[in-house]
Design a protein around this ligand. Structure first.
Ligand code: NDP
Length: 561
């Protein structure tokens, strides 16, 4: 069987993947530091101000020169998306599906170049970088598939004349309009591409605003869409600070909906800002996590240690799904700690483009400073470092932002860092007397994104039933809390981790990008003729105002069978 890259298979990839990646990195390194424009209405747009996008691996490496877009660019991008909406929304859904699939296949074709850029810009190790690219393509394919499986979400409703008259009733899901997509630095490709694919296939036009730490890789994503042939203005891409350009997008009166993935505080501000309008706009929020792992006395401790270390320190702990709290039943506490220490000490920290590296740098100077401050605070509060506790220094480490994978024990449960999302390679471990205590602690936070469990089969049913989280795993060595894949483990959070209650890459996601219209067409019984026969033949007008119902819906009146 051909190898399929996912976050579960990436630990043992075939050699050709390594060869492809290595050659892409050396090619890319010859060509760093180029200037990249924004894309508005299909054209490259340059701003007066620019900034250098530097690598967290080595801050002397300038990866790209990026445009510092401002409020004027925000308005231009939204206006372009507004102008493109009527035509795009009336494009048959089958054609939108085709285009989204084409873009996904272009992404797959460029996986090595994109993965190489990702590793340099985000600091993800090579397999995580390639995984992010493949996940993006799969998210887009999945939205296309859902559109197709549901026949464009054009569904006949009941014909039963119980309501007292004869009529045809259709439920039609239709796009909202201009959709804003704001993405975070840690999965810049998948968390731009997943929402974008869904918004586009549903018939919305989009404005994409990436994190300022990762504008280059998202520009390369926008190029894949441009090369797929989306019409001008359907996909717009702007770069600049969240506090200015991002805020101007949020404040635009022309927005019809938004998907924000990022921190709780920024996401809630966006939500509140959008609520100040004359009517409610849909906002899909995907926010932070403080994800627990519960280890029972009946657990397979080998699987638990492998899964916990992968989820605590993959991408340097900067995943919304990272295992940041571990709660262990007393009888297996010491043994698990021994295994966690042994497994963690095998991790290799270094240049994420190197084959052997498991952990690269954290994203930027602020995160690096946060690591130092948090470890100091943990130390002061009585926490003990089972592993790590320091930043890495000497040689190449002094050029970037490298931190040790850090497990902390003995931190009192009342301490704020049991609740606060540090978003770094720091995980706290606590001892519990029984599983009920563990569950109480696990659920005692505002977040509810992912959760993991290791224990007996009977206990897993109890775990799934009681845990408050959107993505849950039991007895999984591939990752205790991380590594969801579209179509298998749709991803989304409860409570403060997400607003829609429906998970990306799942059965109910693409529908979030459409609102429902019910179409009731009465058959006139009085003169014995159906509305179809008496409808005027307004060919030209009907074409202009044809509903977004795909091929079937755009037929001219009088031609329906
Ligand atoms: P931030 O909240 O700092 O930034 C996210 C995005 O918001 C960036 O593009 C940022 O731009 C932009 N932004 C900032 N201020 C505004 C504003 N006023 N208006 C509009 N946009 C704005 O998050 P990070 O990038 O640091 O990502 C980490 C966070 O994301 C973590 O909390 C993590 O848990 C969460 N996350 C959640 C996921 C989920 O699926 N639930 C998945 C991945 C991450 P700029 O960079 O220019 O400031």
């Amino acid at each position: 069987m051909a190898f399929k890259l996912t976050y579960a298979t990436m630990f043992n990839p075939p050699d050709e993947l390594h060869r492809g990646f290595d050659s892409a990195v050396s090619k890319l390194k010859q060509n760093l530091g180029q200037e990249y424009a924004m894309i508005i209405n299909g054209r490259d747009v340059f701003a007066d101000e620019k900034w250098d996008d530097r690598s967290p691996v080595n801050t002397e490496w300038v990866l790209a020169r990026i445009q510092k877009g401002n409020a004027m660019h925000a308005q231009q991008a939204v206006a372009a998306a507004r102008d493109a909406f009527p035509k795009w929304s009336r494009t048959p859904w089958q054609d939108r599906v085709k285009l989204v699939r084409k873009a996904a296949s272009i992404i797959e074709g460029r996986i090595f170049d994109l993965g190489a850029a990702m590793a340099l810009e985000v600091g993800k190790n090579r397999m995580e970088s390639l995984g992010d690219v493949q996940e993006t393509a799969d998210l887009m394919y999945y939205s296309a598939l859902m559109m197709e499986k549901n026949k464009g979400f054009i569904s006949p409703m009941g014909k039963d004349p119980l309501v007292g008259y004869q009529a045809t009733n259709m439920s039609v899901l239709r796009p909202y309009g201009v959709w804003l997509i704001v993405s975070p630095f840690n999965f810049p490709f998948a968390l731009t591409g997943g929402p974008t694919g869904a918004a586009l296939v549903a018939g919305n036009t989009v404005v994409i605003k990436p994190a300022s730490d990762t504008p280059w890789i998202v520009r390369l994503y926008a190029e894949c869409l441009r090369d797929a042939g989306f019409p001008e203005g359907v996909v717009n891409f702007v770069t600049g600070p969240g506090s200015t350009l991002g805020q101007a997008l949020v404040d635009s009166k022309e927005l019809d909906g938004a998907t924000f993935t990022g921190s709780f505080d920024v996401g809630m501000k966006l939500y509140r800002d959008l609520a100040q309008r004359e009517y409610v706009r849909p906002v899909i929020l995907e926010l932070g996590g403080k994800n627990p792992v519960i280890v029972s006395r009946h657990a397979d401790l080998g699987d638990a240690a492998t899964g916990i270390v992968r989820s605590a320190f993959g991408l340097q702990g900067q995943k919304c799904s990272a295992a940041s709290r571990v709660l262990v039943e007393e009888p297996v506490y010491n043994e698990l700690l021994g295994r966690l220490k042994e497994t963690t000490e095998k991790l290799i920290i270094g240049d994420p483009t190197e084959r052997a590296t498991t952990m690269g740098p954290v994203i930027n100077k602020n995160s690096y400073a946060d690591f130092k401050n948090f470890t100091e605070e943990l130390n002061q509060a009585g926490g003990r470092f089972l592993t790590g506790g320091h930043v890495k220094t000497g040689g190449m480490y002094d050029k970037g932002y490298f931190c040790e994978p850090t497990f902390v024990t003995d931190l009192p449960y009342e301490h704020r860092l049991w609740q606060y999302e540090m978003f770094l390679p720091i995980t706290t471990i606590g001892r519990v007397g029984d599983l009920d205590q563990a569950m109480k602690i696990a659920n005692g936070v505002n977040y509810g994104l992912t959760a993991g469990f290791y224990g007996s089969r009977d206990e897993t049913a109890w775990f799934f039933d009681h845990i408050e989280a959107g993505v849950t795993y039991a007895n999984r060595p591939q990752g205790a809390t991380t590594g969801a894949w579209p179509g298998f483990q749709p991803f989304g959070g409860w409570k403060g981790s997400g607003a829609s209650g429906k998970n990306g890459g799942g059965l109910y996601y693409v529908q979030l990008y459409m609102h429902e219209q019910i179409r009731t067409l009465v058959k006139h019984a009085s003169n014995g003729q159906s509305a179809r026969r008496t409808a005027p033949r307004r060919k030209a007008a009907s074409k202009r105002s044809a509903p977004a119902t795909g091929r079937r819906g755009s037929r001219k009146p009088g031609r329906r069978k």
